[in-house]
Design a binder for this molecule. Structure first.
Ligand SMILES: Nc1ncnc2c1ncn2[C@@H]1O[C@H](COP(=O)(O)OP(=O)(O)O)[C@@H](O)[C@H]1O
Ligand SMILES: [Mg+2]
Ligand SMILES: [Zn+2]
Length: 363
């Protein structure tokens, strides 16, 4: 951690002439491949700068540069129509832009952590590779709970049945045919290490990490889920039942599992991603904040750039760089009162620096 060592080693993303909401001709520089935290009192302009200006225009630039024609135009000096600022500089080194929020990871109960993160396909192939599955002629499709021959026909692989009640909310009851197993008896006859595919879906992440220890493609993302404090989730828990904080961490795990994949690919550089998170600690317990911070550091260690809007002092204390907006909210704000390391923000004595001081001293 620590400050960007020297200006020469750091690429900067520069917003020039931001002019939106309460921002007035604001210039801001964001060090890349660092954990950058945008701070300031409510209404000081954090979301306007980080999301409405930085994220929006970075996404426009990346989109333009993603096609051959767009790239050619870019190289000839053309730029997208910048929104809310005069221009954005230094975006060429960024390959991808992504906002990670607390919105649900899937709206249908057919989505679950295993399918969202993507290792469920590998689990299905593993089952299709068993002697029993081969003898029965079952391919990976047989082990899907969403389609095909293998799932319980009564509940269509949901394990639950929805009973419609007139004038009352629908009631979910366990399927009376599979009793929550989600697969039909023939599919359940195929086992790997003594468990059938339905039992795997009901396994908690904590248990599954050990169960799949010999299969890194499966155990690695599971370990990441455990690392971010989601070891208690079951692999098949329907996405709509996840909390906002859980959904957000699953998105981050999905990103982290890609970091590893990219490193694995011979000599290929991971696509440098700019992540933007607007107050990700909202609704999180202190212990979960710590886990979130660890994930953010790992993304930066993987060569990515992270911009977080935060009021949480522990997150600020962990920042490589702070952009402090203010001094007040609304028309009394919209200016950068400090752009420095956490230690220097404390020294500068801004509103943020004053409350951050005791937290840094504690460390
Ligand atoms: N869509 C909008 N239209 C007009 N004013 C806005 C809009 N969004 C935010 N503002 C104003 O801009 C200022 C900065 O807002 P915002 O960037 O959301 O602050 P922060 O994220 O720091 O709490 C506030 O005074 C807010 O009322
Ligand atoms: Mg905001
Ligand atoms: Zn059923």
């Amino acid at each position: 951690m620590g400050a960007p060592a020297s200006a020469a080693e750091v690429d900067w993303l520069e917003v020039r002439g931001a002019n939106l909401h309460n921002l007035q001709q604001l210039d801001a520089a964001v060090p890349l491949r660092r954990l950058v935290v945008v701070t300031g009192v409510s209404g000081s302009g954090k979301s306007t700068l980080a999301r409405d200006v930085l994220l929006t225009n970075a996404a426009a630039a990346v989109a333009m540069r993603s096609t051959a024609a767009g790239r050619q135009a870019w190289d000839a000096g053309e730029r997208p129509a910048w929104a809310g600022c005069a221009k954005l500089l230094g975006i060429e080194v960024v390959d991808r832009v992504l906002e990670v929020d607390q919105t649900p990871i899937g709206k249908t109960p057919r989505s679950c952590p295993a399918t969202y993160i993507g290792f469920w396909d590998t689990v299905r192939k593993l089952f299709a590779d068993t002697l029993e599955a081969r003898a029965r002629g079952y391919g990976p499709g047989r082990f899907s709970f969403n389609t095909g021959e293998g799932r319980c026909p009564a509940c269509e692989g949901q394990g639950m049945r929805t009973i419609e009640m007139s004038f009352l909310p629908d009631v979910k009851v366990p399927c009376e045919v599979c009793h929550g197993a989600r697969f039909n008896p023939e599919t359940q006859a195929v086992t790997w290490k003594g468990k059938n595919i339905g039992e795997v879906l009901q396994m908690a992440v904590d248990e599954a990490v050990d169960f799949f220890a010999s299969m890194p493609a499966i155990s690695h993302p599971l370990q990441l889920l455990k690392d971010v404090g989601l070891g208690y989730l079951t692999l098949g828990q329907p996405s709509p039942t996840l909390s906002g904080g859980e959904a957000q961490r699953i998105k981050l795990v999905t990103e982290l599992s890609k970091v590893r994949d990219d490193v694995g690919r011979r000599g290929q550089k991971a696509p440098h991603t700019l992540y933007v998170l607007d107050e990700p600690t909202v609704g999180l317990h202190m212990a979960d904040v710590e886990k979130l911070i660890r994930v953010l550091h790992r993304l930066v260690d993987g060569g990515h750039s992270v911009v977080v809007i935060e009021h949480d002092l522990d997150v600020m204390a962990e920042a490589d760089w702070i952009i402090d907006l203010g001094p007040e909210g609304g028309s009394g704000g919209g200016r950068i009162v400090a752009a420095a390391t956490p230690e220097d923000v404390v020294r500068l004595g801004t509103h943020t620096g004053k409350v951050l001081g005791p937290v840094l001293g504690r460390a």
